[in-house]
Design a protein around this ligand. Structure first.
Ligand SMILES: Cc1cc2nc3c(=O)[nH]c(=O)nc-3n(C[C@H](O)[C@H](O)[C@H](O)COP(=O)(O)OP(=O)(O)OC[C@H]3O[C@@H](n4cnc5c(N)ncnc54)[C@H](O)[C@@H]3O)c2cc1C
Length: 255
């Protein structure tokens, strides 16, 4: 992780929302630029997150983190994708109130849940559920066009689970990525028995993870993001397949 020449902004930034994309019935993507300087006068690594501060939602400031679902190569905007959590304060507030022109306060980027060139192995295996897909869409967007080049993975596999087809977040992006050389995307649906055969069926299992990489654990770095059960399962499957502990990374969305 080379931080030389990276553009940084210290402290809380004001970010202006320039687009709101309705992804599904309960998920929206917010596209932003820096409200003070325009564009994006700071750099990030795909997989990093921003910490947002909300001063007017409750009687005290509330802080929440959101991973950027955009990738650094997407020009002067950045985006994050929020799924409503049942009775959740901020996820619902964002989806109900934030419009084009809204200003959000955030600091960052933060986090090491990224592809680390020179440290990570050549096959990046990503396992996610629901909104846990956001760091992986960012990572895949970033590396899909440079696959096999120096400082990039040679292969990327994403296995992601959703309840049903109506919960598919960032579906068009995943479709496009799955058609890119060196990238595979497997989507499994836990409650949608009538889905067409391109979808796998059921919750993520050990067999499914192994099938997604054709049982070949050599040169794999595993990353997982989602409920604890999925991160634990992915870690166990990787360990049982002989993947060293240093090549198993997790990110929890629960604070
Ligand atoms: C590093 C990091 C990155 C994140 N990136 C994203 C992202 O890209 N997109 C996204 O949608 N969320 C992301 N999150 C989760 C996000 O920060 C909030 O926790 C989430 O939006 C819920 O906040 P809330 O205020 O709506 O819920 P709260 O009011 O805090 O919680 C309401 C209830 O929901 C439960 N709950 C809280 N969070 C979750 C959750 N994630 N899943 C299920 N139940 C939960 C709580 O235990 C509580 O019972 C990330 C979290 C972290 C730590």
């Amino acid at each position: 992780m080379d931080n030389t020449n990276r553009r940084v902004k210290r402290g809380w930034m004001n970010l202006r929302v320039v687009d709101v994309i309705e992804e599904t019935h309960d998920t929206k993507t917010f596209v932003m630029v820096d409200a003070d300087e325009g564009g994006r006068p700071w750099d990030y690594w795909a997989g990093q997150y921003l910490t947002f501060r909300f001063d007017d939602v409750a009687d005290k400031p509330i802080v929440r983190s959101y991973t950027m679902s955009s990738s650094p190569n997407q020009g002067e905007t950045c985006a994050f994708t929020v799924k409503r959590v049942e009775k959740g304060l901020i996820s619902n507030w964002l989806c109900d109130n934030v419009k084009v022109g809204s200003i959000l306060r955030a600091r960052g980027p933060i986090g090491r849940f990224i592809y680390e060139a020179g440290k990570d192995l050549s096959h990046l295996v990503m396992v996610a559920a629901g909104s846990g897909v956001t760091p992986f869409v960012s990572i895949m967007r970033e590396y899909a066009k440079k696959i096999g080049e120096p400082n990039s993975p040679k292969k990327m596999t994403l296995l992601v689970s959703y309840r049903s087809r109506k919960d598919l977040i960032l579906e068009e992006d995943l479709k496009a990525l799955s058609q890119t050389h060196g990238c595979q995307v497997f989507i499994t649906l836990s409650r949608d028995n009538e889905a067409p055969p391109e979808f796998w069926q059921g919750r993520i299992s050990a067999e499914m993870i192994s099938k997604s990489i054709s049982g070949n654990y050599k040169d794999c770095t595993f990353m997982s993001c989602g409920p604890t059960a999925i991160m634990d399962l992915t870690g166990k499957v990787a360990r049982d397949g002989g993947v060293p502990e240093t090549q198993i990374k997790t990110e929890s969305f629960e604070s």
